[in-house]
Design a protein around this ligand. Structure first.
Ligand code: AR6
Length: 175
């Protein structure tokens, strides 16, 4: 499923983000950039140790911010590591922090001259964000960004299973 906003294609696919060949893929990391389970583990496994070596040099990333490393053995040239919020009921600034994670990742992509980027469903696994709300915020943040910025040609949301894909698709239809 796809839709164009301003000059950017926003696309939803079901799949494994480590297989993407967009300029960058985004990692749903933790603030220590220490690696972990979920998509973070998958990216480090597929990308090899060079990515972790760069993460150690960088040292960490506050929630809602983003940092960039090379892509190691991945097809993508870069990994943008962002840290989504842990969901604690929705009253701890989670929505603002999730939107920031998307927007700061996009800003970093533009700053590095990138034209295509793939996102996983940030915070929708271990960090427990309700998927409908997270999908709405993910799409809204990306659409707001591309209304102000023309540099990125493709934003792909790579959803790991059909259930999350269907929820993102429902939310994209509303935009
Ligand atoms: N491709 C695409 N999506 C994936 C993949 C994959 N290969 N693997 C999992 N997902 P999570 P979070 C989906 O838990 O909630 C880590 O330990 C998954 O189904 O990876 O932001 C970090 O180190 C879910 O929909 O990230 C942090 O400590 C989505 O990716 C913490 O988890 C995000 O799930 C971050 O938690």
């Amino acid at each position: 499923m796809q839709a164009t906003f301003n000059q950017t294609l926003i696309e939803l696919v079901c799949g494994d983000i480590t297989q993407e060949s967009t300029d960058a893929i985004v990692n749903a990391a933790n603030s220590r950039l220490a690696g972990g389970a979920g998509v973070d583990g998958a990216i480090h496994r597929a990308g090899g140790p060079a990515i972790m070596a760069e993460c150690r040099q960088i040292g960490g990333c506050p929630t809602g911010q983003a940092v960039i490393t090379t892509g190691g053995n991945l097809k993508a040239r870069y990994v943008i590591h962002t840290v989504g919020p842990i969901y604690r009921g929705g009253t701890q600034g989670e929505a603002r922090l999730l939107a920031s994670a998307y927007q700061n990742s996009l800003k970093l992509a533009v700053k590095n001259g990138l034209q295509s980027i793939s996102f996983p469903a940030i915070s929708c696994g271990v960090y427990g964000y309700p998927i409908h709300e997270a999908a709405h915020l993910a799409l809204k943040s990306c659409i707001e960004f591309v209304r102000e910025n023309k540099e990125i040609q493709l934003i792909r949301h790579v959803l790991f299973n059909q259930r999350i894909f269907d929820i993102f698709a429902q939310e994209l239809k509303k935009e």
